[in-house]
Design a protein around this ligand. Structure first.
Ligand SMILES: Cc1ncc(COP(=O)(O)O)c(C=O)c1O
Length: 406
């Protein structure tokens, strides 16, 4: 993986006189030259609006936009391009399901099951729709080490449960959830399964058919791609029955106001859910990112991150005033480590590291319920990706040692 570093121009940067160490990959990832070049090439040579024009540039832009979709479809092993809707990211993908599917399918007395480890993006859209439709949200418990309490989750699935929602990987602890097990429990009870893949799709091979997901949401910017593009995978028969989420542009087949009444018919999948001009260069960048990850090998990406996590956890254990949260068994998680330094706020910790060119996240990482459970107001978080190295972790541990001495 070391050789890949030269593909990332930003990794040459110095911050406060020190070489940049980027450990905030769960928030967003850095972009390789291949992604930057693909976007530049699109704007320099092919820019046009998609699906609407007969001229050369419109045809080229449409072709490039759709090639991005085909690439994403193959990456997650969806059955066809009808099942992959481009969104701005995970948040918009989950909102799409909550509003479109939820508006049609949730009623008074129905239940939505989420967990206490969810990112706010997999809680708040459900709370909003449930409040307007009179449905109830249930929260499955999380164990003290951040792993899911599966018995509690499964016991909370009832005949009223309409959809079960779960993050595949927690953005706070890096815990990997058994979405296949939970999906089976949901399906056995006639409920659907939505998986928040924001932290899994970038880091491991995902097969939506094997995992039997009904919906999967993910973000391009967390997997080497640009910001502003992400996707919702949905099984075709489910998407087919859902009403549009937003109106206008490509989602329309026909609009007529003849006779004073407006009649509207909608485009086929996936366009029914893509209103307005889409993020064309985003699709181009996402394709380049997926190609890059595939060339690196998703199995290698995951094993590299696990190795780094194990090494970092070992180095952090040597320190007296540092508490690491989440499971100690690294096989249950991937490359995210939340921690606290005694008597120091997470923001002060992150600022101290910033002095040495090390980028960490601090706060509650849009997962306040999990921090409430851990009785924390916030935590510092180091998160790794394919371009990080053991030498960077040594430097991180050295600075953490300095901080502890303060
Ligand atoms: C688990 C999880 N879900 C959802 C999101 C939201 O992703 P986005 O901001 O790209 O929509 C994030 C972002 O950190 C995340 O980690």
């Amino acid at each position: 993986m070391q050789a890949l570093r030269q593909d990332f121009p930003i990794l040459q940067r110095k911050i406060n006189g020190y070489p940049l160490i980027y450990f905030d990959n769960a928030a967003t990832t850095q972009k390789p030259r291949q992604v930057i070049d693909a976007i530049t090439d699109y704007y320099m040579n092919h820019n046009g609006n998609v699906h609407r024009g007969v001229h050369t540039l419109s045809a080229e832009a449409t072709d490039l936009y759709e090639r991005g979709r085909e690439c994403a479809v193959e990456f997650i092993n969806a059955k066809s391009t009808h099942e992959l809707i481009f969104t701005r990211g995970t948040t918009e993908a989950i909102n799409l399901v909550a509003y479109s599917w939820g508006m049609q399918n949730l009623n008074r007395g129905d239940e939505v099951l989420v967990t206490l480890m969810e990112h706010h993006s997999n809680i708040v859209p459900w709370e909003l729709i449930a409040r307007s439709k009179g449905a109830t949200i249930k929260y499955a418990r999380v164990n003290g080490d951040g792993t899911l309490d599966y018995e509690d989750y499964e016991s909370k699935i009832t005949k009223n449960t309409k959809i079960c929602c779960l993050s595949h990987v927690s953005n706070v602890t890096g815990v990997i959830n058994d979405v296949k097990r939970v999906g089976k429990a949901a399906h056995d009870n006639g409920a659907l399964m939505l998986v928040d893949g924001a932290q899994s799709v970038p880091h491991m091979k995902i097969d939506v058919q094997d995992l039997d997901m009904d919906f999967l949401a993910f973000s391009g910017h967390k997997m080497l791609g640009p910001t502003g593009i992400g996707a919702l995978f949905g099984k075709e028969d489910i998407l087919e029955k859902m009403p549009p989420f937003q109106g206008g542009g490509e989602m329309i087949r026909e609009v007529s106001v003849a006779g004073g009444n407006c009649s509207v018919s909608y485009n086929e999948l996936p366009y029914k859910f893509e209103a307005g001009t889409p993020d064309i260069s985003g699709s181009v960048g996402l394709r380049a990112a997926i190609k890059y990850l595939e060339a690196a090998g998703m199995d290698k990406v995951l094993s590299h991150e696990k190795e780094l996590t194990e090494y970092a956890a070992k180095r952090m254990k040597e320190l007296q005033k540092v508490t690491v949260y989440g499971p100690s068994d690294v096989s249950k998680k991937c490359g995210i480590i939340p921690f606290a330094v005694k008597s120091m706020s997470s923001h002060d910790t992150a600022l101290f590291f910033d002095n040495y060119g090390i980028m960490l996240r601090s706060g509650y990482h849009c997962a306040q319920p999990l921090h409430e459970l851990f009785k924390l107001t916030s935590s510092a978080r180091a998160s790794f990706y394919l371009y990080n190295t053991k030498e960077e972790i040594d430097r991180f541990a050295e600075i953490l040692g300095e901080l502890e001495k303060l």
